[in-house]
Design a binder for this molecule. Structure first.
Ligand code: ZN
Length: 159
């Protein structure tokens, strides 16, 4: 085996979103709990109705559990009764990225953190939930970390 192997000179087409948090698989394994690792880094799914944020109505910002990027807020969270925390929009354009997922014989759109490329969940459309976008970002609790608003702003100043 030669160490001077011919590496392809043309890189694969890069995704327009820049991954800013890059870690080795070993680092992720060390930093995350086994459950977090399985969902975030292996595109796993937590069991429905078991996640800590399914019924949470606390005001605040949901960060990526892996890298701390701000992804969703309580303003866009709604009760979908599907068993996972659901949002009708991300915090802003570009905070998440989308990947077409054809696993399990269904066409689904996977949602990942744009900063660290960790798996968050899937987004579904046109289900008739009556939210402003008619989209449902079905996100694993274990992929998120809620930072309650009252830790950042004094009470009574919410909009
Ligand atoms: Zn992240």
């Amino acid at each position: 085996m030669s160490i001077f192997s011919n590496k392809p000179k043309v890189a694969p087409v890069a995704s327009p979103v820049q991954v800013t948090v890059e870690k080795t698989d070993e680092q992720w394994r060390e930093e995350l709990s086994p459950d977090e690792y399985r969902v975030l880094r292996q595109s796993g799914t937590e069991r429905p109705y078991t996640g800590e944020y399914v019924d949470t109505h606390t005001k605040g910002v949901y960060q990526c559990r892996a890298c701390g990027a701000e992804l969703f807020t309580s303003r866009e969270k709604f009760d979908s009764h599907c068993g996972w925390p659901s949002f009708w929009a991300p915090l802003a354009d570009g905070t998440v990225r989308y990947i077409h997922d054809r696993a399990l014989g269904m066409e689904r759109i996977e949602v990942r953190c744009a900063a660290c490329d960790s798996h968050l969940g899937h987004v579904f459309e046109g289900e008739g939930y009556g939210t402003p976008t008619d989209q449902r970002y079905c996100i694993n609790s274990v992929s998120l970390k809620l930072v309650p608003a009252d830790e950042a702003t004094p009470p009574g100043t919410e909009d």
